[in-house]
Design a binder for this molecule. Structure first.
Ligand code: AMP
Ligand code: GLY
Length: 430
């Protein structure tokens, strides 16, 4: 079986690593992949000058040229643009939701209205397609912090937590007038500020059955102590110590299953990996966001814990027979640290040689993201450069192991958070 994975980050490196465990796989291709992924898969150029993963025509061409049997569409933008739908229409099986179902991430207005209609717990909100109306609502509410979100995809940067009216005004202006996120800023959601530990739950679903994976905790801010700007994610621990069995049972009944049923009722059956971003508030778990894909870096921490063959699960999802598969995870813990370029998520320099050990330590993986292969080794080419994931019998050990491994890697300007898992596990880090 020949598999094509669309995407080129640490998440895709983790996915390909798992897919290669299936003995029936004869070749894995990645579009566009990266210099690290090229060590285990054949990388094919993406579309256009930007080597884009969102080029549907390029994927359809590769499917024909290389006789691909199964396509995994991993990132949000090609999913929202309908790449999985297009692959299926061409008669090839795919993992990832159709465009209609991917709207659960592609439009925050759609997602919020879905939750309201089907009584799924989330922050109270209003939506606006006009900046003046949004501002007069914020003034009337007079409750800060206020949360303001651009409707569409915004590379994880479309959420503003405004401490006062001036900051709220600035956020609405950036989204709706300056169009910082282009057409994603046609509408805004203004919502209630929630407090509590955050949990990510990734779940396989074929629209009939939903199978949550091990829970995890991302660390979105750039710097220690949750300071600095939001990033794509700087590190993850799994499982999430705040996510008890009782919470999991509540989420299954009140959030996970109702979401699947709601999407079916709306005529948008979701097949793929559904990402639940939850906040455990004093009045119970609430949905902060849905994503239509694996989280990154969450996948880098979660997938190495998966015992069941990933490709078999993906095929079962596509063929709507997920109920027949038993999905098992290792009884272990995992920690992923993201090593980033100095300046990320703002501007940063790239092109620096990465020094790394000849091989990772046992139970440790390197998942490459912003890297480029040159004759004498890997060089940095992006903001999040690589993730180091360590597994151990408990979280405390996994965290320590990941930090020990990170000391073996260096490149100019490299930085990473020193407190991943720290707040949840304090005091684990010596
Ligand atoms: P999102 O892109 O929706 O994941 O939002 C990015 C981050 O903003 C989340 O991980 C939360 O930490 C924070 N956030 C989003 N919505 C809220 C909210 N209603 N209350 C508090 N924090 C929020
Ligand atoms: N790590 C957050 C995300 O994948 O959206």
């Amino acid at each position: 079986m020949k598999v094509l994975v669309v995407g080129g980050g640490g998440r895709e490196h983790a996915l390909i690593t798992k897919i290669l465990e299936n003995p029936g796989v004869s070749a894995v291709y990645a579009m566009p992949g990266n210099g690290g992924i090229a060590r285990i898969a054949r990388c094919l150029p993406g579309g256009g000058a930007r080597n884009s993963a969102a080029d549907i025509e390029a994927v359809l061409g590769y499917v024909k040229t290389y006789g691909i049997d199964f396509v995994v569409v991993s990132p949000d933008d090609p999913l929202v643009a309908g790449m999985a739908s297009a692959v299926r229409a061409a008669g090839v099986r795919a993992f990832g939701p159709d465009a209609g179902a991917a709207a659960i991430e592609g439009s925050k207005v759609f997602a919020k209205n879905l939750m309201k209609k089907y009584d799924i717990p989330t922050a109270r909100y209003e939506t606006f397609d006009n900046g003046a109306d949004a501002m007069s609502y914020i003034r009337k509410l007079n409750h800060f912090p206020a949360v303001i979100k651009a409707d569409g995809l915004a590379l994880g940067k479309g959420v503003f937590i405004a401490a006062d009216y001036a900051e709220a005004e600035d956020a609405v202006k950036k989204i709706m007038i300056d169009k910082l996120f282009g057409s994603s800023g046609g509408s805004v959601v203004v919502e209630e500020y929630l407090e509590g530990p955050e949990v990510t739950v990734l779940a396989f679903t074929d629209s009939k059955t939903i199978a949550p994976m091990v829970s995890s905790m991302d660390h979105k801010r750039a710097f220690d102590g949750d300071a600095g700007p939001n990033t794509g994610g700087m590190g993850v621990i799994a499982p999430n110590p705040h996510y008890t069995e009782e919470t999991a049972a509540f989420c299954m009944e009140r959030i996970f299953r109702p979401t699947i049923r709601a999407m079916n009722k709306e005529g948008r059956p979701f097949k793929g990996c559904l990402y639940f971003g939850l906040m455990l508030t004093s009045s119970g778990p609430k949905v902060i966001e849905y994503n239509c894909r694996f989280g990154d870096p969450e996948a880098q921490a979660t997938l190495p814990l998966l015992e069941t063959d990933l490709l078999s699960i993906m095929q079962a999802v596509e063929e709507e027979r997920l109920a027949d598969i038993e999905i098992r995870f290792k009884r272990a813990a995992s920690c992923c640290l993201v090593l980033a370029s100095g300046g990320y998520p703002g501007t940063y320099s790239a092109g620096f040689r990465i020094t790394e050990p000849a091989a990772p330590s046992p139970d440790t993986s390197y998942f490459y993201a912003g890297v480029e292969q040159k004759e004498d080794g890997l060089y940095t080419s992006g903001g999040r450069v690589l993730g180091i994931t360590a597994l151990a019998e408990n979280l405390d050990r996994a965290v320590k192991k990941a930090y020990r491994e990170a000391e073996k890697v260096s490149f100019e300007g490299m930085y990473y958070r020193r407190d991943i898992g720290g707040k949840a596990l304090a005091p684990v880090i010596d």
